[in-house]
Design a binder for this molecule. Structure first.
Ligand SMILES: O=C(O)CCC(=O)C(=O)O
Ligand SMILES: [Fe+2]
Length: 278
């Protein structure tokens, strides 16, 4: 359903703020019916929403710690960063360029213990493990509530394609993505997320979504204690198009260099899951 955008002013520029619904993780965990309805509405209409995690203090502390870990990680020399580069691997490890960098750590690698963490992250191993574990539980909770809404009274379940006993590429991914001196130098990176659900934690303007009802771009405000959640292409397909994978991009509202860190959890289906309706 179309809703109107709130305005915000950033360095004298007025911007449109995307009207994202807020869903309480605590209520989803309690199997609250109203919250389930709100969640389904948000996942169908915009495919972007906040999940309020303010009750979960350890998790919030871990997200904060991961911002510091990310900052420390990207302060390393290019030579050190390249030690974490995986040739021909779509997901694992360090990737970077002139003005950005990312580091991705697969959940399966942490659970199996077969792939060591990058040396610079090893001191924060407990934080990484707790973040992955709680993020995974959070996305599984969202998934379960979505299945109930999509197929009430049926055996059909998104969870059947997201069993943790099967190999999958779910991951923690952290980013360095500073804003640039000149907004005009920002390259277009419009995309949809390919996986099932993405949790994003950041503290600065950067994310923009394309509103499905008028194709206008609107900014997603970073809210402390809230994950920005994205529905990906996989859930759009598995749900037979009932859920919406929204086009989005990362940009900046105004000129000016400023470091920006993002901590994300990418929830992906079991490897080999066909992208067709369940
Ligand atoms: O950093 C952001 O705001 C969003 C990143 C994103 O869209 C992605 O990693 O898929
Ligand atoms: Fe994305």
């Amino acid at each position: 359903m179309a809703s109107s955008c709130r305005k915000a002013v950033v360095s004298n520029v007025t911007i449109d703020v995307a009207p994202l619904e807020t869903i309480s993780l605590q209520l989803l965990l309690a199997d609250d019916e109203n919250e389930r309805i709100k969640l389904y509405d948000a996942a169908r209409s915009l495919g972007f929403f906040y999940v309020d995690v303010r009750h979960f203090n350890q998790y919030l502390a871990d997200v904060e710690q991961l911002y510091s870990t990310t900052e420390k990680y990207f302060a390393q020399s290019e030579e050190d960063l390249l030690r974490d580069f995986w040739e021909d691997d779509e997901f694992r490890g360090y990737k970077g360029g002139k003005n950005w960098g990312s580091l991705e750590i697969l959940r399966d690698d942490i659970v199996s213990g077969e792939v060591p963490l990058p040396a610079a992250v090893q001191p924060d191993s407990a934080t990484v493990q707790r973040f992955i574990s709680f993020s995974h539980k959070t996305v599984e909770t969202i998934l379960g509530q979505l299945s109930k809404s999509i197929w009430p009274g049926s055996e059909c379940r998104l969870e059947d394609k997201h069993r943790t006993t099967k190999p999958n590429d779910s991951s923690l991914k952290v980013y360095r993505g500073p804003s640039l001196e000149h907004l005009s130098d920002v390259r277009d990176n419009t995309h949809t997320d390919g996986g099932s659900l993405t949790l994003l934690y950041t503290d600065k303007w950067g994310t923009q979504i394309e509103l499905p009802w008028n194709k206008e771009w609107a900014w997603v405000e970073a809210k402390p204690g809230h994950a920005i959640v994205t529905v990906g292409d996989t859930l759009q397909s598995l749900s037979g198009g009932r859920l919406y994978s929204c086009r989005h991009r990362v940009s900046q509202p105004v000129d000016g260099f400023e470091d920006r860190w993002a901590v994300t959890y990418f929830f992906r289906p079991e490897n080999g899951t066909p992208l067709v309706s369940l």
